[in-house]
Design a protein around this ligand. Structure first.
Ligand code: E4P
Length: 215
């Protein structure tokens, strides 16, 4: 399973890249705002800065909601860097835009996916990635992981190439469960990736080894 980091924070992206396990980055307008990135020029420059840190795909989201606007924005984003993936919301105009980008050889990430039907449409339109938001489903007492399982079954039934990118990941068990279910990618906060490292028996075992090494 690929690991993407879900942030626009350059220091965190660099930390994950330096760990040697990072396969890409996802951003969204909320994550960009959290970093205080404002204005079109600064936003575009920030995407390029991210692309220059990592070696994998970087999702950059359009904010238009009409087909023409999405196409214009997406084409400009795609020209920024070969690693840019155009992130498009799962709405009617978005499905059309994904189909258009697919025809142009531009990679896409269909975002804000909350049902298997939406994921099926994204795959039929040729999305490179589909982003089911598992944490936000869990937040409303709906099983986010069950959605990953359903999409995996559907995509495998028809050999769709669209990669399942588990999004809205909140903690390490989400990552482990997504791996068990066969998600292609999990996009995670740095804290969830680092939490995978932790086990008290590792800490106590290492402390014992280091103490014994001094004897
Ligand atoms: C990723 O592509 C999504 O934008 C992100 O994972 C959403 O996560 P959140 O529900 O924690 O905002």
């Amino acid at each position: 399973m690929k690991f993407f980091i879900d942030t626009a924070n350059l220091a965190q992206i660099k930390e994950a890249q330096d760990l040697g396990v990072l396969d890409g980055v996802t951003t969204n307008p909320s994550l960009m705002a959290k970093e205080g990135i404002k204005g079109q020029d600064n936003i575009l420059k920030h995407y390029v800065d991210i692309c220059n840190i990592v070696t994998g795909d970087v999702s950059a989201e359009v904010i238009s909601t009409d087909f023409d606007g999405m196409v214009k924005e997406g084409e400009a984003l795609a020209k920024l860097h070969p690693r840019i993936v155009v992130k498009v919301p799962m709405i009617k105009e978005g499905v059309k835009a994904i189909k258009y980008f697919t025809g142009k050889g531009i990679k896409t990430n269909c975002t804000l996916v909350f049902s298997a039907g939406q994921a099926l449409l994204a795959a039929k339109a040729g999305a490179t990635y589909v982003s089911p938001f598992i944490g936000r489903l869990d937040d409303v007492s709906t099983d986010g992981l069950a959605l990953i399982n359903d999409i995996r079954i559907i995509y495998d039934n028809y050999a769709y190439k669209t990669q399942i990118l588990a999004a809205s990941v909140r903690h390490p068990m989400h990552i482990i469960d997504c791996a068990k279910l066969g998600a292609d990618v999990a996009t995670c906060p740095l804290s969830a990736i680092l939490a995978l490292l932790k086990h008290p028996l590792t800490d106590s075992g290492l402390a014992q080894f280091l103490a014994d090494a001094k004897k």
